[in-house]
Design a protein around this ligand. Structure first.
Ligand code: GLU
Length: 428
C-alpha cells in the first residue's frame, strides 16, 4: 500500500472521512486493549487495495471508462467478505472504511472471514440493465485474480442486488471453467443463494433492537420507531419490527420522508413504494422533508438504515431518542458517537446491528460448499442464535471495560483478530 502524501493525509483528517472515523474508534478500542504499536499498524491498514479501470461500450455505442475498487482489509481469519456498491460518490477512503468495518463485523459475530469491500463509481439510475451487466462483468474480470471462495467473497451492498451477484458468479465461473457458486453470496436461490439472505440484515436489526429494548425496559408496543431508509435494510427492518408490534412512525427514501405518529401500515407503505417507486404520495401518512431533519423526530428507537455520516457533530445534540440501532454502515461519525455517549443515548453499532447480512452470507457460503441447502427456519433460527449471543458478548465487554456498546464491539473484534495474529505469527 502506498503512503498517502501529507496533503492527502490532512484532507483525510476530517469528521466526514469514514476511514478517519473508523481509525479513531479503532484507536480508542486499541488503547483499552493495550495493543502494541506494531500490531495496531497491521490491523488498521488494509492488506491490499486494487483500483481498476472498467471500459464499457454504452448502449449508444460510446465508450465510457468507470473506476472500480476492491479493498481487502484483513484476511487473517479467513477469506475477505464484503459487499460491492455502485454509486456516483464512491471513493477509496469510503471503501477502505467499509472493508475495515467488515473485518470487525465478521469478528464480532465470529464468522470465519476477514473484511473486504468493493465499489464502482457510477450512477445506476442512469444506466440500462445491459450497461450494468457489462460493467459488472468487466469489473469482475478486472479483480478476478484476487477473488475466489477461499480468497475474497463479495456480496450485494448499496445499488447492487442478486442479479448483480448472478452476473459476477457467471463471469468468475466462465473464467475458471467451472460453476463456482461460493465465490459470491446474496445470489438468487435458484443459483445457490440462501433462503432468508434477502431479509437477513433487516432481521438482524430486529433481533438487536429487541435485545437493546429489553435492556432499556422499552416494550415493543410502547416503542415509537423512526427508520431512515426503506431499502433492503430499512424497508425489511421496518416490516419485521412492525410485525413484532413496534410502532414505525416515519420512513424515508432518497426523495423525502413520511410520518404518521399513530404508526405506519408498513406492508402498505412498501406496496406503495414498489408500485410508484416513491414513498411520497402514500395516503396513510404526511409527507415531510427527508434527509437529516427526519432524524430529529422525537422517538424511542432511531434506525438510520441509509448511508454514512448522517448523525454528525452538527445534529447529534438535536437527536431525541433513547436508542439508536445502526442499520447502515457508519451512519454516525466518530465525533457524533462520542457526543451521543455523553448524552446517554444507547447505540447498537453498525458492526453488530447490521451483521445479520454477513452472517447469512456465511451460511450461504457454507451451503454452497456443502451442496446442501437449509430450510428458511434453520437459517433464521441460526441467525437469531448468533445475533443474540453477539449482542450479549458485546454487552459483557461493555460492562467489563465500562465503555459504550460501540467501543465494546471494536474491543471484542480487535481482540479476536489480534489473537489470530499472535497465534499465526508474522510471515516473513
Ligand atoms: N453489504 C453487507 C454489509 O455491509 C453484506 C456483506 C456480505 O454479506 O458479505 O454487511
Amino acid at each position: 500500500m502506498s503512503t498517502a502524501p501529507a496533503a492527502e493525509k490532512k484532507a483525510q483528517a476530517n469528521e466526514f472521512n469514514p476511514f478517519e472515523s473508523m481509525a479513531q474508534l479503532f484507536d480508542t478500542a486499541a488503547d483499552h486493549l493495550g495493543l502494541d504499536r506494531g500490531l495496531r499498524e497491521v490491523l488498521r491498514l488494509p492488506d491490499r487495495e486494487m483500483t481498476v479501470a472498467i471500459p464499457c461500450v454504452m448502449d449508444d455505442g460510446r465508450i465510457e471508462v468507470f473506476i472500480g475498487y476492491r479493498v481487502q482489509h484483513n484476511f487473517s481469519r479467513g477469506p475477505c467478505k464484503g459487499g460491492i456498491r455502485y454509486a456516483p460518490d464512491v471513493n477509496l477512503d469510503e471503501v477502505r472504511a467499509l472493508a475495515a468495518w467488515m473485518t470487525w463485523k465478521c469478528a464480532v459475530v465470529d464468522v470465519p472471514f476477514g473484511g473486504g469491500k468493493g465499489g464502482v463509481i457510477c450512477d445506476p439510475r442512469q444506466l440500462s440493465k445491459n450497461e450494468l451487466e457489462r460493467i459488472t462483468r468487466r469489473y469482475t474480470a478486472a479483480i478476478l485474480d484476487i477473488l475466489g471462495p477461499d480468497r475474497d467473497v463479495p456480496a450485494p451492498d448499496m445499488n447492487t442486488n442478486e442479479q448483480t451477484m448472478a452476473w459476477l458468479m457467471d463471469t468468475y465461473s466462465m473464467h475458471v471453467r467451472k460453476t463456482t457458486t461460493a465465490v459470491v453470496t446474496g445470489k438468487p436461490i435458484a443459483l445457490g443463494g440462501s433462503r432468508g439472505r434477502t431479509e437477513a440484515t433487516g432481521r438482524g436489526v430486529l433481533f438487536t433492537t429487541r435485545e437493546a429494548c429489553k435492556k432499556l425496559g422499552i416494550r415493543p408496543q410502547d416503542a415509537r420507531v423512526v427508520v431512515q431508509g426503506s431499502g433492503n435494510v430499512g424497508g425489511i427492518g421496518a416490516m419485521l419490527l412492525h410485525r413484532e408490534g413496534y410502532r414505525i412512525i416515519s420512513m424515508s427514501d432518497q426523495y423525502g420522508a413520511i410520518r404518521n405518529d399513530k404508526g405506519l401500515d408498513v406492508p402498505a407503505v412498501l406496496q406503495h413504494l414498489k408500485a410508484t417507486g416513491k414513498l411520497q404520495g402514500f395516503a396513510g401518512a404526511d409527507a415531510i422533508p427527508g434527509g437529516k431533519s427526519q432524524l430529529e423526530i422525537p422517538c424511542d428507537v432511531l434506525v438510520p438504515a441509509a448511508t454514512e455520516n448522517q448523525i454528525t457533530s452538527e445534529n447529534a445534540p438535536r437527536i431525541q431518542t433513547k436508542l439508536i440501532v445502526e442499520g447502515a454502515n457508519g451512519p454516525c461519525t466518530a465525533t457524533a458517537s462520542r457526543m451521543l455517549d455523553e448524552r446517554g443515548i444507547m447505540v447498537v453499532p453498525d458492526i453488530l446491528a447490521n451483521a445479520g447480512g454477513v452472517t447469512v452470507s456465511y451460511f450461504e457460503w457454507v451451503q454452497d460448499r456443502m451442496g446442501y441447502f437449509w430450510t428458511e427456519e434453520r437459517v433464521n433460527s441460526s441467525l437469531e442464535q448468533i445475533m443474540v449471543k453477539s449482542f450479549e458478548d458485546v454487552s459483557s465487554v461493555s460492562v467489563k471495560y465500562k465503555v459504550s456498546m460501540r467501543i465494546a464491539a471494536y474491543i471484542l473484534a480487535i481482540d479476536r483478530v489480534a489473537t489470530v495474529y499472535r497465534m499465526r505469527g508474522l510471515f516473513a
